[in-house]
Design a protein around this ligand. Structure first.
Ligand SMILES: [Zn+2]
Length: 185
């Protein structure tokens, strides 16, 4: 098991895209709709939403609209990845469950996943995948956990995504070089 050491997740002001910030208090409803439309068009054009829909269909997901231009793919049945939710383009996939199931534990999960949808748009689509992989590897080396020091997960909000932040202990580096006493406990 992973260590249970925790550190309070700090709020990062730039972690929340303007159109998502605190239920849109900063923007009018029409401004939010405009932002969500831009995001949907960008992720359709950069093909990541198409990839997301194909993976959702491969996983025999149940599709429905999620608002904000997002598509919810619930009860996704492929075994990977093993997480509560993940986003590809504007498609939010829920392995073996639904948004309502997950939102009971993590009420801001759709805000977190919506931030990932913005990240796809910002990365002009497919480059998101290698960049996310690099960020995950870096995070693992620094903390022993793929999310805690991952730029993309931190920007989307660790606590909103249900992650418990691990300290920067270089746990991954130490495991890699076989330093004693760094096995999981
Ligand atoms: Zn995330």
């Amino acid at each position: 098991m992973f260590s249970t050491r925790t550190r309070r997740v700090q709020t990062i002001p730039w972690a929340h895209p303007p159109t998502e910030r605190h239920n849109g208090a900063m923007l009018s409803a029409s401004g939010r709709r405009w932002g969500h439309t831009v995001r949907a068009v960008l992720n359709a054009a950069n093909l990541t939403t198409v990839v997301g829909l194909l993976i959702a269909l491969a996983g025999r997901s149940q599709l429905r609209g999620g608002g904000r231009g997002l598509v919810l793919a619930e009860h996704y049945r492929l075994g990977i990845p093993r997480r509560g939710a993940f986003t590809i383009g504007n498609v939010v996939l829920f392995p073996n469950g639904s948004l309502n199931d997950l939102a009971q534990r993590y009420p801001d999960i759709l805000d977190h996943e919506g931030a990932h949808a913005w990240q796809y748009a910002a990365c002009i689509g497919l480059p998101f995948f290698p960049l996310y992989a690099i960020a995950s590897g870096w995070s693992w080396l620094r903390t022993g956990d793929a999310a805690s020091a991952n730029f993309f997960e931190r920007t989307a909000g660790l606590s909103r995504g249900g992650y418990v932040e691990q300290p920067r202990s270089n746990a991954g580096w130490k495991r890699l070089i076989g330093m004693p006493g760094q096995e999981r406990h």
